[in-house]
Design a protein. Structure first.
Length: 316
């Protein structure tokens, strides 16, 4: 399906050096902010108090969130679980204040607004749990990266695998850079969004790489730059349809999903935008710089030395 068909190939690779320079500067800034400011980790990583309260009527999450915020707690997570009457509250750890004192303070404030609220349970999530979650998250990210490299190396060629993983890591680091610069809360939901962006970006790279491989077989007189430009141009319509529809859904979550989905949708929004950019101007360009050529993707025809052999000239 195509929304439109471009008759003349767009010379994307003509300006590849400029776009790669922009990518490098953006990547370097993201790394700088990660080291200088660091990520604002959520309670799931740093430890804190977890409360579960119940109401007799469906709870107003915005009102609960506002009440807790007035007590001096920043970046409080408030969400439903089970039913609309049950609310889970995650509070960050505070120096000199115990978990019991935190939960008692919050429950008192909630009862002042609604006397029907009851405390179901409260527990302290220690830093050790946070460390384990951080390590598991890094392991998940590493396994995804390794899996992508192996998949692309088997399906295509190692130059494509290297260029794709550089482009995908480029997207991930830039997402983390945004969260470090603005000090947005980095939670497990955001980590899930980062992993989703990895898979989403590699899908776009695979589509372009597939078209590049087909073009090498179809157009014998084109050089590498022309092959890549044609592959990107011919997949633009598909890119607009798939990314556009996905972005509409993600923007809906960002605008109407509430506080619970806000940063999850924000990470996906940034990842999708930079995923399109990196697939075209990073992955394809790096493959070009690495010297991808027809011989890398098409096996040569070997002929037997014996001219009388009936199998002479068969493709091996």
């Amino acid at each position: 399906m195509e929304l439109f068909k471009i008759r003349k190939d767009i010379p994307f690779m003509k300006n590849a050096l400029v776009f790669n320079a922009i990518s490098f500067i953006t990547f370097a800034l993201a790394v700088f902010f990660l080291f200088s400011r660091g990520l604002h980790l959520s309670v799931e990583f740093t430890g804190g108090t977890l409360m579960e309260v119940s109401y007799s009527q469906p709870a107003d999450l915005n009102k609960v969130r506002g009440t807790v915020s007035t007590l001096g707690f920043s970046e409080v997570q408030v969400q439903n679980f089970g039913t609309a009457r049950d609310v889970m509250i995650r509070l960050p750890a505070q120096k000199g204040v115990s978990s019991a004192q935190q939960s008692e303070k919050v429950l008192t404030a909630l009862k002042a607004d609604n006397a029907d609220v009851t405390l179901r349970r409260t527990e302290f999530v220690g830093p050790q749990v946070g460390d384990e979650l951080a390590q598991d998250g890094l392991k998940a990210l590493a396994f995804v990266v390794i899996g992508i490299v192996i998949y692309l190396a088997i399906r295509f060629e190692w130059k494509f695998a290297v260029s794709a993983i550089i482009a995908n890591l480029h997207d991930v680091i830039i997402i983390l850079g945004f969260f470090a610069f603005f000090q947005w809360e980095f939670s497990l939901a955001v980590l899930a969004a980062v992993l989703a962006v990895l898979g989403y970006s590699v899908n776009e790279s695979v589509v372009i790489f597939d078209r590049i491989r087909e073009n090498f077989r179809r157009y014998r007189k084109m050089n590498t730059v022309e092959i890549i430009d044609n592959a990107i141009t011919s997949t633009i319509s598909r890119t607009i349809i798939t990314h556009g529809s996905t972005q509409i859904m993600v923007l809906s979550m960002l605008l109407f999903g509430g506080e619970t989905l806000h940063y999850f949708a924000m990470a996906l929004t940034i990842g999708i935008c930079f995923g399109i950019y990196s697939s075209v101007f990073v992955a394809a360009a790096i493959a070009m710089w690495l010297g991808i050529q027809r011989e890398d993707l098409i096996k040569p025809i070997k002929k037997d030395n014996d001219p009388g052999d009936e199998n002479s000239g068969a493709v091996v």
